[in-house]
Design a binder for this molecule. Structure first.
Ligand code: ATP
Ligand code: MG
Ligand code: MG
Ligand code: MG
Length: 467
C-alpha cells in the first residue's frame, strides 16, 4: 500500500506512543558532550547516556525519528539503491524496561498489521547463537524457521569498544529477483539490493569489559533503528531511495536545471542521485550549525558540497546551482524540521559562497589533474600533485582520489599527509611569532580542537588561502 514518507514517520511514532513510549524530537546532527563521534549516525547515539545510566531518561520508553549522517557510506551513495549520507532513523528504545519479547512482537506487529507488508516477503536475521530470539520468532510470532537466517558478528552483533552491547535481529524485505545479484548464496545479508535490511532491533544485554568478557547486564536495553527512506522505498515500490516522494521533487529540480531526464543514462542517473543526496545532507548539516572548514565536521560538509558541485559539472551544469536545490530540500522538509525554514537565508548563502569559491578554481584544477593523469606512467598521483591540487585549487584529497580511481589510478597519500603536516607546523610557528606572548599558550591549547568555527565570508571566498 503506497504511503508517503511523512505519513510513515507519523505512523511509526504514534504506534510506539500507543505502546507507552514518549515521543522525543530529533537531536541535532552535532553531538552534544560527546567527542567520540563527529556527527550523529543513529537514533541511539544522542541517547547514549540513558543507556549507560549516566543520565536518567524522561521515560523508560522513548521513540524518535533521528536525523543521521553516515559519511562512511559516501562511496555507496548513488550506486546501491539503499544508501544515503543523510537519512532519518526511526527508533523505539527501552532503558532497562521491556526486552526481547516486546521488541520483537511490536516490530512484527508494526510491519504486518500497521504497514500490512506481506509476510512472505519478510525475512529475519538473528545472531549465530541467539536461540532465545530464534524461539521468540518461531514459537511466539510464528515465523517459519526457513525464513530466519543466522549471521555472524559483523552483521548481527552490536559492539563499540567496551560497555553495553549485544546481539541484534534484523528484518529484511525481499524486493524480488529483479534486484538480486543472482549468486546462489544470495540471501539476507548479501550486499546486493534484493533483500533490503530495513529494521535493526538491538538487544543490549551484555556489559563488555573490552577484553572479551561479556557479563550480562542487570537491566538490559532495547535500541532499534529503521531507515525511514528505505521503508518508504519499499512501501512506494520504487527502485531506490531517491525516487521516494519527498526526494522526487529535489531530483526533478536538478533535472530541470541540467536539462536531463532521469532514467536515460546510467552515469547521469548516478550523478542525479549523488547530488540529491549531498544537497540533502549539507542542507541539514548547515541547519544544525555546521560551517565549512578544513577539519572535522566542517570538512565533511565541504567535501559533500564539492562532490555535489563536481557531479553537477558531469551533468553539464555550468553555473552554481546547489543553493537553488537546497531551497527545494527546505520546502520538502520544513514541516518535520522547522529549523530549516528558520535558517533558510543562512543555508542558501553559505552553500552559494562555498560553491562559487570552488567554481573559480575547479576548472583549472581539473585541467591540471587531467594533465597529471595523462602523462603518468606509474599509475600513482604523487603526494606533491595531490597537495598542490588541495592547496591551490581546493580539491579535497578524496576528490582527487575519486577522479584518479575513475582512471584506475591511486594517490600517494602518505606523502600528501606529510606535506599537509609540514604546512600545519609552519602555520603554527607563524601564529606563535605573530601573537602577543600572553596569548601564545592559548593558541597552543586550541591546536588540538577541531576547527569548526565560522571564519567569515571573506575567508571562504579565498579557499586557496584556507586549504
Ligand atoms: P546496511 O547493512 O544496509 O549498510 P546497516 O546494517 O549499516 O545497513 P544499521 O546500522 O543497522 O544499518 O542501521 C539501522 C537502519 O538504518 C538500517 O536497517 C537501515 O534501514 C537504515 N540505514 C543504515 N544506513 C543507511 C544509509 N546509509 N542510508 C539510508 N538508510 C540507512
Ligand atoms: Mg551500513
Ligand atoms: Mg547491515
Ligand atoms: Mg544493520
Amino acid at each position: 500500500q503506497w504511503t508517503g514518507l511523512n505519513e510513515l514517520r507519523e505512523k511509526f511514532l504514534s504506534f510506539f506512543e500507543s505502546k507507552g513510549h514518549l515521543r522525543m524530537p530529533s537531536a541535532s546532527l552535532i553531538p552534544k558532550d560527546d567527542n567520540s563521534l563527529l556527527l550523529i549516525n543513529s537514533g541511539m547515539a544522542p541517547l547514549k547516556k540513558y543507556f549507560t545510566g549516566e543520565v536518567t531518561p524522561p521515560s523508560r520508553r522513548v521513540t524518535t525519528c533521528q536525523k543521521c549522517i553516515r559519511t562512511p557510506d559516501i562511496e555507496r551513495v548513488g550506486i546501491t539503491a539503499r544508501h544515503g549520507t543523510f537519512f532519518e532513523m526511526l527508533g523505539n528504545f527501552s532503558f532497562g524496561d521491556y526486552f526481547k519479547h516486546e521488541a520483537i512482537a511490536w516490530a512484527w506487529e508494526f510491519c504486518t498489521k500497521v504497514l500490512e507488508l506481506p509476510e512472505e516477503k519478510l525475512w529475519v536475521t538473528i545472531y549465530l547463537d541467539d536461540d532465545e530470539a530464534f524461539d521468540i520468532w518461531t514459537k511466539e510470532i510464528g515465523v517459519s524457521p526457513e525464513r530466519i537466517v543466522r549471521l555472524g558478528k559483523e552483521d548481527n552483533f552490536w559492539e563499540h569498544g567496551s560497555g553495553p552491547c549485544g546481539p541484534c535481529s534484523e528484518i529484511h524485505f525481499d524486493r524480488g529477483e529483479k534486484y538480486g545479484c543472482g549468486k546462489p548464496s544470495c540471501g539476507p545479508g548479501c550486499d546486493c539490493d534484493r533483500y533490503t535490511e530495513f529494521w535493526n532491533v538491538v538487544f543490549s544485554q551484555f556489559d563488555s569489559d573490552g577484553k572479551g568478557n561479556y557479563p550480562p547486564m542487570e537491566h538490559p536495553n532495547i535500541d532499534t533503528g529503521m531507515g525511514l527512506e528505505r521503508l518508504a522505498c519499499i512501501m512506494q515500490g520504487v527502485d531506490n531511495l531517491f525516487l521516494v516522494d519527498t526526494m522526487q521533487s529535489i531530483m526533478k529540480h536538478i533535472c530541470r536545471i541540467a536539462g536531463v531526464q532521469y532514467g536515460e543514462d546510467e552515469k547521469k542517473d548516478i550523478s542525479l542521485r549523488v547530488i540529491t543526496d549531498h544537497v540533502r545532507s549539507t542542507t541539514f548539516m548547515i541547519g544544525d550549525g555546521v560551517m565549512p572548514s578544513n577539519e572535522g565536521r566542517g570538512y565533511v560538509l565541504r567535501r559533500l558540497l564539492r562532490r555535489a558541485a563536481r557531479h553537477g559539472r558531469l551533468l553539464g551544469i555550468g553555473r552554481p546551482f546547489l543553493s537553488e536545490v537546497a531551497q527545494t530540500v527546505i520546502q520538502e522538509n520544513k514541516d518535520a524540521y522547522p529549523e530549516l525554514e528558520e535558517k533558510k537565508a543562512m543555508i542558501t548563502r553559505l552553500i552559494s559562497v562555498e560553491e562559487e569559491s570552488f567554481a573559480r578554481t575547479i576548472d583549472q584544477g581539473m585541467q591540471l589533474l587531467a594533465g597529471v593523469l595523462d602523462k603518468n606512467e606509474s599509475r600513482v598521483v604523487s603526494g606533491q600533485d595531490a597537495f598542490l591540487l588541495n592547496d591551490t585549487y581546493g580539491f579535497p584529497l578524496d576528490l582527487t582520489k575519486e577522479i584518479a580511481a575513475e582512471r584506475g589510478m591511486t594517490v600517494d597519500e602518505e606523502e600528501f599527509h606529510r606535506l599537509m603536516q609540514a604546512q600545519k607546523d609552519r602555520a603554527r610557528a607563524a601564529r606563535k611569532n605573530a601573537g602577543a606572548d600572553a596569548w601564545a599558550g592559548e593558541a597552543d591549547a586550541l591546536d588540538g580542537l577541531p576547527e569548526t568555527d565560522f571564519v567569515g565570508y571573506d575567508r571562504l571566498e579565498t579557499p586557496a588561502a584556507l586549504l
